[in-house]
Design a protein. Structure first.
Length: 242
């Protein structure tokens, strides 16, 4: 799925998760809050979406007290490492580059296709200007292709770049782009899907092995009883299930 941090300075792991006398401290669940249907802020000002419902259930199964915090995407890994929260649950694909800086739980989605959205079916996807959110697996893919990469801080800005003619197309998670293409008469899915990443997992500090194990076991239990597939079908219709 989305999000590849291309270069991250590993910060000191001074703020690790810890259990004391069998009791866990409150676990802070870090998310972006700007990438529907995975995570977004609803009208009540609360984190919502697939990962909110999933995260709450994982916390219940792991018998952990959890609270949600939001963080901008471009600093989401450094702020995990420095201790501003304890997990990343934000549509983050498991990649070798990220795994050099943080650890991941078991994946809670299968690898999901990325797609192009453009205003013309004839958009030049191979040699044109393609927009993507900065520090994503999509931006990395474009940078290694023959196309010209145009990066933006937020996914909304990538869509705007296509609509105002700055970019020929945008590459992002298909689950994110499909509702936009359906709602915007001038935009449509074009070209072939692009398979990137190794599924989405929760990001955990490398020092927090016990927390990683707790959440991985909770994810495994949801896979085993079918409840994870039910959430995927509810929030990410058409996505591959387990």
């Amino acid at each position: 799925m989305k999000k590849l941090i291309l270069a991250t300075t590993a910060l000191a792991l001074s703020a690790g998760f810890a259990f004391a006398d069998g009791h866990a401290k409150t676990i802070r669940m870090g998310t972006e809050g700007a990438y529907p249907p995975y995570n977004f802020i609803n009208d009540a000002g609360e984190v919502d979406g697939f990962e909110r419902e999933l995260g709450d259930e994982l916390c219940a199964r792991a018998e952990l007290t959890c609270e949600w915090v939001t963080n901008e995407w471009d600093s989401i890994i450094p702020n995990l490492v420095s201790g501003n929260y304890d997990t990343i649950i934000a549509g983050m694909s498991i990649t070798a580059e990220r795994d050099e800086v943080i650890d991941f739980t078991d994946p809670y989605t299968q690898p999901d296709p990325s797609a192009y959205v453009a205003m013309s079916a004839d958009a030049d996807l191979e040699g044109g200007v393609i927009a993507a959110q900065a520090s994503t697996i999509q931006s990395s893919h474009i940078a290694s292709s023959g196309a010209t990469l145009l990066e933006f801080a937020t996914p909304e800005e990538t869509i705007a770049a296509v609509k105002n003619g700055e970019a020929d197309a945008v590459l992002a998670d298909k689950a994110y782009l499909e509702p936009i293409a359906e709602a915007e008469a001038d935009l449509s899915i074009v070209g072939e899907d692009v398979l990137l990443g190794g599924g989405i997992g929760m990001g955990i500090r490398e020092s927090d092995t016990e927390l990683k194990e707790k959440f991985s076991k909770a994810i495994q239990s949801m896979k085993a009883d079918g409840s994870l597939n039910a959430l995927i079908e509810k929030h990410l219709p058409g996505s591959a299930t387990f």
